[in-house]
Design a protein around this ligand. Structure first.
Ligand code: SF4
Length: 484
């Protein structure tokens, strides 16, 4: 993915049922999903070696390999596990917010891993607190645990169905109980969730993951997507599927799958919402070449997420593709920055332009999206310093004009440059010779789909749910270190 200072991934979830190395495969699954969250990681296993079927838990702040090692994984026995990697969309980067969240309900131990964001969580939280609920952290997922705890049914799926009806927003969930694993997706299906399996002659293991790249790594076969609104129950008795009631007032909208998963979040080697992310990005580039051609010598990507779109642009336009900027993949999360004398270090530490490729050239630069404009400004500046004669920026998605309320950490609307500046003003600000975005129509054409199946609210302002509670939530979270 490219170097975005202000548009962060959400979370990744993983679950496995009936495998002798459940913790190790969950570790690998989380490794494959690391791009979806780098602030905390956690695994909960169902210890089937213990007659009490207890949950074993390990969570920590940092990257997956920082949080786990061989001996920690050995301390997580059992044939079922769920895991989570987190970017703090709600509630700040506290260990209390690291997932999976665990609790002991009347029905037994329960662990929950959640990707998404509950729009009305501030309203639900306040109502629960008035009834006496005590919250450990500040994230949305704890609300679901409280709703489940107070539900009178001792049938977990019935209680879950009832509880989920109160939630508005985005959730892809993996839940581990003492005798079953449950996967669920909100009725509009904002975030991806897929089912896979590992079959041997003796047994079948079931796997649930945010993206298919996690299945690939552990050698699991893709079975199908968990459908929007589906609750899938996996136990020793097999698999049962139920659906939440369809939402009222959804009009012609079939689902609201996040189109930004194809633009930027998901890995290009994943198949998301039934489509190859790599192919989508390549086709965005092809459409962009048709819509906004310009005479130039080379096409270069902003690595990594700009690469497939730059290949598409190059192939469609016939202008040669080059790696004009090399990305350093080995930087840690923090580095010591000199206070003076080294300019543009924030960008240079990740992206290094190649004068041998760029000098004297008319360059088309392809990036996946443009948020505040400051990163593009820095990149264009570096490309010019490397000797480029002209720099033409092409963005492989429409202008981002609104924030996300469904699990993606975005700047406020006022900080999204396209929400209040004309194309020409943005061009001048970033210092490009020309600037063009992919059109809405071009994006749908490339996806071979339409807005009735997707959420594209950050591009078109058409939010698929009520936003009641959002203002409350923002005001409360303004006291925490990270806000949506
Ligand atoms: S608002 Fe944008 S980022 Fe958020 S779910 Fe919709 S398309 Fe995805």
């Amino acid at each position: 993915m490219s170097f975005k200072s202000s548009w962060k991934e959400e979370c990744g979830v993983f679950g496995i049922w009936n495998h002798p190395e459940a913790a190790k495969l969950t570790y690998l699954g989380l490794y494959a999903l690391q791009h979806r969250g780098q602030e905390s990681a956690g695994i909960v296993t169902l210890d089937t070696t213990d007659s009490k079927q207890l949950h074993r838990v390990h969570k920590g702040l940092g990257l997956v390999p920082d949080v786990f090692n061989e001996s920690i994984l050995q301390g997580l026995p059992g044939s079922a596990a769920i895991g989570h990697v987190r970017y703090a969309t709600t509630g700040g980067n506290l260990i209390a917010n690291a997932q999976p969240l665990t609790s002991n309900l009347l029905s037994g131990p329960l662990a929950v891993a959640h990707n998404g964001n509950i729009v009305n969580s501030s309203i639900l939280r306040e109502a629960l607190q008035r009834e006496g609920a005590i919250f450990q952290g500040t994230n949305d997922t704890e609300i679901l645990l409280h709703l489940l705890a107070k539900n009178p049914s001792n049938h977990l799926v019935s209680a879950l169905k009832e509880s989920l009806k109160d939630l508005t927003g985005a959730y892809s969930l993996v839940i581990l109980a003492h005798d079953r694993m449950i996967a669920a997706r909100d009725p509009l299906g904002f975030r991806p969730l897929v089912l896979g399996q590992i079959k041997t002659s003796m047994s079948v293991s079931y796997v649930v993951a945010s993206e298919t790249c996690a299945l690939d790594l552990i050698g699991a076969q893709f079975v199908r997507e968990i459908e929007p609104g589906e609750i899938l129950e996996i136990s020793s008795e097999g698999i049962l599927s139920e659906h939440l009631p369809a939402l009222e007032n959804r009009g012609s909208r079939k689902s609201a799958q996040c189109v930004f998963e194809h633009v930027y979040f998901s890995r290009p080697d994943s198949v998301v919402f039934g489509k190859s992310v790599y192919n989508s990005r390549k086709r965005f580039g092809e459409e962009l070449a048709l819509e906004s051609p310009v005479e130039a010598d080379i096409v270069i990507p902003v690595p990594d997420s700009g690469v497939p779109s730059a290949i598409g642009y190059s192939q469609k336009s016939g202008i040669p593709f080059e790696f004009g900027i090399i990305r350093n993949h080995y930087i840690g999360r923090t580095f010591i920055q000199p206070s003076q004398s080294v300019r543009d270090i924030g960008v240079k530490i990740k992206l290094n332009p190649q004068p041998d490729v760029l000098k004297g050239k008319r360059v088309i630069v392809i990036d996946d999206s443009l948020v505040r404009g400051t990163t593009s400004q820095n990149i264009i500046n570096l490309i010019r310093q490397a000797g480029a004669k002209e720099v033409h920026l092409r963005i492989a998605s429409p202008p981002t004009t609104g924030p996300c309320y469904y699990g993606v950490d975005t700047p406020q609307k006022s900080q999204l440059i396209a929400s209040h500046q004309s194309l020409e003003n943005i061009r001048q600000f970033i210092g490009a010779d020309s600037l063009a975005y992919l059109s809405d129509a071009g994006m749908w054409k490339a996806l071979k789909s339409g807005p009735e199946s997707f959420c594209a609210a950050c591009f078109n302002g058409d939010y698929p749910t009520s936003l009641k509670g959002v203002e409350n939530k923002k005001n409360k979270e303004n006291t925490s270190p990270k806000n949506i």
